[in-house]
Design a protein around this ligand. Structure first.
Ligand SMILES: O=C(O)C(=O)C[C@]1(C(=O)O)C=C[C@@H](O)C=C1
Length: 279
């Protein structure tokens, strides 16, 4: 079994993938990809069985590349979710040298915005493809550079801890989803959520009517997010997540009624939710 993640080694994605592998208790080979887009496409092309990619962060919100690729490019299902506790560490080659540039992935830079403004108001920031890539870069550059990355990246790239847990909100969670072409029916735990993606027309009240299909059956919607439909300015698609703690038939009726109101609706399936932490 092969599982793709956003690399190189030492990313939050790798830590989460190792946790997922331990949950699955199977022989999974973890394969690093340069981008989230490439990791998702590796599954779609059949080069790997799974990918584990971030979809939402509790401070910064959606990981747009994941949502957009799922909606527009590939046809994959969600087999499981992992809610991962993210700890942002400030790492440098030397802890005594003043820092002039801080490098990380765009998400952690945003998750630590207040901290950086307060502690390093004059430092430049630079976004790279992943936190581990930032750590790798800092290890190759001269003094004065720091990375926001994981503890494991610090160990891998020989960096020292300048400050730990620097995110603006102590509880910092990223939801990762395990994507596959065909879900393994032997579930490790009971599915809890469903993710739907759909496009409706722009008529007054059409979103209200769609949501009514869930509301009137007391199906709890836990998230709704819109993204450009890419069919024209002002046209959107919706990502809807629902809690499936209702009778199966009621849920089926709600989804089938909602489907009739959409131009198209993709059901990414029902999945269990696990939790994990690197520390
Ligand atoms: O760069 C990493 O370490 C990643 O795994 C990517 C990523 C993201 O895309 O949001 C994953 C989780 C954290 O929120 C920060 C970055």
């Amino acid at each position: 079994m092969k599982l793709a993640f956003l690399g190189p080694r030492g990313t939050n994605s790798e830590e989460a993938a190792i946790c997922m592998k331990n949950i699955y208790k199977t022989d999974m080979e973890l394969i690093a990809y340069n981008t989230i887009y490439d990791a998702i496409w590796a599954v779609a092309k059949g080069n790997v069985d799974y990918c584990l990619v971030p979809v939402e962060n509790s401070i910064e919100g959606s990981i747009r590349i994941t949502l957009d690729t799922l909606a527009h490019d590939v046809d994959l299902k969600i087999e499981a979710e992992l809610v991962w506790s993210v700890h942002n560490q400030l790492l440098a080659k030397d802890t005594d040298v003043p820092i002039h540039t801080i490098i990380s992935h765009a998400q952690p830079l945003a998750q630590c915005r207040e901290y950086l403004k307060t502690h390093y108001p004059n430092a430049k920031t630079e976004a790279v493809a992943s936190t581990a890539r930032a750590a790798e870069k800092v290890s190759q550059l001269g003094d004065g550079y720091a990375a926001i990355a994981t503890k494991s990246a610090g160990t891998l790239y020989n960096l020292k801890l300048v400050d730990s847990d620097i995110q603006d909100v102590e509880d910092n969670f990223t939801r990762f989803i395990l994507l596959t072409k065909k879900v393994n029916e032997k579930r490790l735990s009971t599915p809890q959520n469903i993710m739907l993606i759909c496009q409706i027309d722009g008529r007054a009240g059409s979103l209200y009517e769609l949501l009514g299909d869930f509301a009137k059956r007391k199906v709890n919607m836990t998230r709704i997010e819109s993204r450009p439909a890419r069919t024209g300015l002002g046209e959107y698609i919706f990502f809807i997540e629902i809690d499936i703690d209702v009778e199966a038939q009621i849920l089926e009726e709600a989804i089938s009624s909602a489907t009739k109101k959409c131009f198209w609706l993709k059901n990414l399936g029902a999945f269990p939710v696990f939790r994990g932490n690197a520390n």
